[in-house]
Design a protein around this ligand. Structure first.
Ligand SMILES: C=C1C[C@]23C[C@@]1(O)CC[C@H]2[C@@]12CCC[C@@](C)(C(=O)O1)[C@H]2[C@@H]3C(=O)O
Ligand SMILES: O=C(O)CCC(=O)C(=O)O
Ligand SMILES: [Fe+2]
Length: 354
């Protein structure tokens, strides 16, 4: 079984009093400690029970590709429990973490740097634990006494159930906001569970370290639970640089992923985001990555395609798209876009027919 040492030589984040060269990035000008923005410049907070929720979601998706949600129905007690089990997991000693390291031959689940880290020369100041399906097998290796894994697995299973309900509601809202039939959203429910636990230890030089580099998620939607500052988003079309998404107590953050970008034929763009780190605070985040069932093809919705609006992307299933992301990273979405010459032929053909 490969250990973390094989895939990513272990580095003790806590004993470092300066940044090693392999962790030193060019200065992050937009690090929250050096940027002070007005309060208006922030992804909106949407009350899911608001009668205007559909319009608010449409505006947020068009303007930001990200928003906060309150009244989401996920119990506060469960959010606390998931965060405390996440802390418990990352505070395990390295020799135990090595027993549950991600192994490329077996899959993506387990401890390791975020999979996209291999596209960068410099390392991320973070650790990740990816859960695909049940965490039971990995958790039993970490807590071999027969009981230690129970509170961790219970919290993750309950979170998964709560997220299935919540993302079902969100997908219906997103469909309605695009003018699509809400009932079709149910076809995209029930995909494999993917939870990404992230840990960002305190860092001696946060302005030159990167928690998680800029990326979009390969999902329909991602729900992020964060209680400390660190998430930043790029507002599409704006020239305003990185915006720090400060945690809103009790709210969950929602990101548009690449597959909703495809389904909406580019009307809703996936949000580019990253995580930065702090000098004093150890930050944790929990991402629930919502994708479609394995066999479901995602393509631009026929309702959003017409004679004047050709499909901008070809159909793709989640597994294939994840493979493209793992190979091409930020060129994955472009790799499934329909080239312009094909588009103009399609437009011409439809003009001839009509
Ligand atoms: C289903 C998945 C999405 C993800 C790759 C993965 O196979 C499991 C981990 C996910 C994650 C979480 C951190 C950011 C991200 C870009 C990464 O490196 O791993 C995402 C991947 C993704 O959305 O492409
Ligand atoms: O920790 C964060 O704020 C971002 C995490 C994230 O982008 C991810 O897990 O995909
Ligand atoms: Fe992400």
């Amino acid at each position: 079984m490969p250990s973390l040492k094989d895939t990513h030589p272990h580095f003790d984040f806590f004993s470092a009093d300066s940044l090693p060269d392999s962790y030193t990035w060019p200065p992050l000008d937009d690090h929250p400690s050096s940027v002070h923005r007005s309060d208006g410049h922030h992804p909106p907070v949407i009350d899911l029970d608001s009668p205007d929720a559909v319009d608010l979601v449409r505006r947020a998706c068009l303007d930001w590709g990200a928003f906060h949600v309150t009244n989401h129905g996920v119990p506060t007690e469960l959010l606390h429990r998931v965060e405390s089990q996440t802390r418990r997991l990352f505070s395990l000693p390295t020799h135990l973490k090595n027993l549950a390291a991600r192994s490329p031959d077996v899959g993506v689940s387990g401890f390791g740097p975020a999979p996209i880290s291999r596209f960068f020369d410099k390392r991320f100041w973070s650790e990740g634990f990816t859960i695909i399906g049940s965490p039971f097998e990995h958790a039993l290796r970490l807590w071999p006494d027969g009981l230690g894994h129970v509170p961790f697995c219970d919290a993750m299973r309950e979170y998964e159930e709560a997220m299935e309900g919540f993302t079902g509601r969100l997908m219906r809202l997103a469909f309605a906001s695009l003018g699509l039939d809400e009932s079709v959203a149910s076809e995209f429910r029930g995909g494999p569970t993917v939870i990404q636990l992230n840990s960002y230890p305190p860092c001696p030089d946060p302005g030159r370290a990167m928690g998680l580099a800029a990326h979009t998620d390969s999902t329909l939607l991602t729900v992020l639970h964060q209680t400390a500052t660190g998430l930043q988003v790029l507002r599409r079309g704006g020239s305003t640089g990185w915006t720090t998404v400060r945690p809103v107590p009790g709210a969950l953050v929602v990101h548009i992923g690449d597959l909703l970008h495809v389904l909406s034929n580019g009307r809703y763009q996936s949000v580019v985001h990253r995580a930065v780190v702090d000098r004093a605070r150890h930050r944790y985040s929990v991402a629930y990555l919502c994708g479609p069932p394995a066999h479901v093809k995602v393509s631009p919705s026929p309702t959003l395609v017409g004679p004047d609006r050709a499909p901008a992307y070809r159909a793709v299933v989640w597994g294939e798209y994840l493979g493209l992301k793992a190979k091409l990273f930020d060129r994955a979405l472009t790799s499934i876009s329909v080239p312009c010459d094909v588009l103009s032929i399609a437009c011409f053909a439809s003009e001839v027919v009509h």
